[in-house]
Ligand binder design. Sequence first.
Ligand code: UDP
Length: 463
Amino acid sequence: MVSVSSPHFVIFPFLAQGHTIPLIYLARILWQHHLPVTIFTTPTNSPLVRSTLQDAAICVVELAFPENIEGIPYGVENTDKLPSMSLFHQFANATKLMQPHFEKALEDLQPVGCIISDAFLGWTQDSAAKMGIPRIGFYGMSSFASTLSAIIAIERPHALTTSIDEPFSIPSFPKLSLTRNDFMPPFGDLEPKGPWVEFMIEQSTAMAKSYGVIVNSFYELEPAYTDYWNECIGPKAWCVGPFSAAKPPAILAKESEKPAWRLWLDEKLMSGEPVLYVAFGTQAEISPEQLLEIANGLEKSKANFLWVIRSKTLEILDGFEEKVKDRGIIVKEWVDQMEIIRHKSVQGFLSHCGWNSVTEAICAGVPILAMPMMAEQHLNARLMTEVVGVGLRIVPCNGSVRGFVKSEEVEKKVRALMEGTKGQEIRKKMKEVEEAACGAMKEGGSSWKSLEQLIHGIRNYRK
Ligand code: UDP
């Protein structure tokens, strides 16, 4: 029986920026609840972990990443550095070789009250079970996306559709119109073959044995989907987010220390010109043709924009910055995204709808222009635009939810978000959602209570 008043939480994020960052914020939240926390990572990911932790007194344990894995170049310890996302499951499988070292380190840390680990590190469930420690998994997704993906895999409501764009509905959520195109493999198990699907089945089997699931969301945002998960799917989900609400505001750099983009945003604020923030996360692979089309759309929209971009094919944009100077800037280095979207000049976010970006937009009260690309981002886009009503959607030229986007569509939707009455309406709605998110995280709020219940359960956990 664990029953210590301050159980020690061990957190093991998956080795990808978009998976690591939210769990570091969660570590901060647990630390703010006066709990001892240790984070596991690898040497090259350690600087990201330590810098995101900021002032929090949290231990970091580094485990070596396995060497000589076929297809994975030496020194690559993060999916963001993979030459191609097609190597993802090889990379994820390689983490299993860390298991003996993880268990040895866990022994040294005992007593450990709970392991919170990424869903992609399903093997940690095995380690937890061996040592009698409860493991809580982390999907890094909304309840909406995980619930719908599970329903698709189990009930197969799409079975009778004859094309990937044919709408279908789910009996439990009849108002929602979905297509097979909303579910990119492996989400929803639409292609029941291949290494990705096998990998995901392994992870969900481990998840089913876990003590529960932690969700970077808050109950009021998606109550029906959270309830459905807890009543019909499981294991128990705790919505204890949005985690980024725990990120302290950036310490204001002296004027002379501010990066150029920060000075530019300050100028736009002074002149009362709203700015659109444009960023597609850390994983998206965008074709040069698509990049150019986005750039042309931004240029034609006449909106002010700050575009953070780290594509391998940036040459296609040669000369673009010159054409839009004064009105748009491109930033190629790593930035503090939260600092950008919290800046008062930023009034819209053209986003790929990675779940972290969505929750960060919510915490900043900035409406979304959704241009999803992969994984469960199409579902996040539906949630934001159709269910919650805090975003507009960019529609590909084939009319489907997936496909090539033309510059005219980018221009039209940027104008609608930044200038139109629809844009004003959703901005107002996003402010309400931001308030609800802050309320959920405050003492007595739904996420705060949910975390207290989780901690209580861990304190009283019996093997
Ligand atoms: N991010 C950042 N600076 C950058 C690029 C990304 O801080 O220059 C952060 C962003 O704030 C978010 C995460 O990286 O927390 C990206 O996660 P998301 O789920 O939005 O997208 P992914 O990268 O997983 O596709």
